[in-house]
Design a protein around this ligand. Structure first.
Ligand code: PMT
Length: 223
């Protein structure tokens, strides 16, 4: 742990995708690399926060100097986040699957000649961001930051998520294919909170993370 303005502050950050099993060898996933979430965890730690990073399956290395809990599914991610509370600040940057597979098979699904393709039935996953945001005091963190990954009507959908999920800030980013946000090294974000919308220019994910960590420190009265 390093000395810094966030010394003594506990932070939990979610990052990466979740994998929802179809059977023991197949899963549903998404294109999140974990770069943005991991950078935020590292930036908070660099300011002195005690950080728990809850990460879905990613191939990037763990940031040094913080506790990393690796999970696969949304349910496991929720369990790990709950276990890491209470915290002063929670940042949900993970791309959590909205659904898991209801008819998950315990053995590998076999392809039989002449059989129709199997049907995958989906069931809603718990919403981790909403669960944390709507927790009762003293479990409710002082600051809960969510992300909104959209491919159209970015600010409108993001504002809707801020209201519906009950977090304090939403970091909106466009993830349509042409932007390269998923998996890439840069991001263009808009921070929406009770006071309005702050649009940041395109910058590296590390820089987004450093600026966000500073904004968090200021909001907590630490800078
Ligand atoms: O990982 P990278 O390749 O660096 O890409 C970064 C990113 C695009 C994944 C990241 O910047 C980002 O936008 N993360 C949120 C992705 C997402 O799933 O957004 P959403 O709009 O579907 O969800 C809204 C919010 O609710 C998010 O904070 C999400 O973590 C949270 N959520 C969603 C569903 C669920 N079951 N539980 C949740 O907590």
């Amino acid at each position: 742990l390093c000395d810094g303005p966030l010394k003594g502050v506990k932070a939990v950050v979610t990052s990466g995708p979740t994998h929802e099993a179809i059977d023991p060898v197949r899963f549903i996933a998404n294109r999140s690399s974990g770069k943005q979430g991991h950078a935020i965890a590292a930036a908070l730690a660099a300011l002195g926060a005690e950080v728990t990073l809850v990460s879905g399956p990613v191939t990037i290395p763990d940031p040094p100097g913080l506790r990393v809990i690796r999970v696969e599914s949304a349910l496991q991610m929720l369990g790990a986040v709950r276990g890491a509370l209470p915290a002063d600040v929670v940042v949900c940057a993970a791309a959590v699957a909205d659904w898991s597979v209801a008819n998950r098979a315990t053995e590998k699904r076999k392809k039989k000649v002449g059989d129709p393709p199997p049907t995958i039935e989906l069931t809603p996953n718990p919403d981790i961001l909403m669960t944390v945001s709507k927790a009762e005091a003293p479990v409710r963190p002082r600051l809960v930051v969510g992300f909104a990954a959209e491919t159209e009507r970015l600010l409108e959908h993001a504002a809707d998520k801020l209201a519906r999920k009950g977090c304090d800030w939403i970091v909106a980013n466009d993830v349509s294919e042409a932007t390269g946000t998923f998996g890439g090294d840069s991001n263009t974000v808009h921070i929406i909170d009770g006071a309005g919308t702050e649009s940041w220019p395109a910058m590296g994910k590390d820089e987004v993370a450093r600026n966000l960590a500073e904004r968090i420190a200021k909001a907590l009265g630490k800078m």
